[in-house]
Design a protein around this ligand. Structure first.
Ligand SMILES: [Zn+2]
Length: 94
């Protein structure tokens, strides 16, 4: 990529993020996340299985589906479009 193209993309990226500033979709701060992580570890749970495999968000309430094969979780409303576990491809039984 030549320098002129690079500058064009940098300008475009700046314009996009100035008009649409990034938002924390989980609605939490790093401090909230670290507190959640401490709670999960105190419970002796594997942190990887406490993260929604569709969105990557921490599972913080009880409206989730758990795969009977890989034991990973996903928020139910995020999983509606799937017929198989996004991680291990096991069939989803509701
Ligand atoms: Zn699975």
């Amino acid at each position: 990529m030549v320098a002129q193209e690079r500058a064009k993309f940098a300008d475009l990226a700046l314009k996009i993020f100035m008009n649409n500033p990034p938002v924390d979709v989980a609605g939490s701060s790093v401090r909230d996340y670290l507190a959640w992580q401490d709670r999960i570890e105190e419970q002796g749970s594997n942190i990887a299985t406490q993260i929604c495999i569709v969105t990557g968000k921490p599972i913080t309430d009880s409206r989730y589906w758990e795969c009977s094969v890989c034991r990973h979780k996903a928020y139910e409303h995020e999983l509606r479009a799937f017929k198989n576990c996004p991680l291990c491809h096991a069939t989803i039984h509701w």
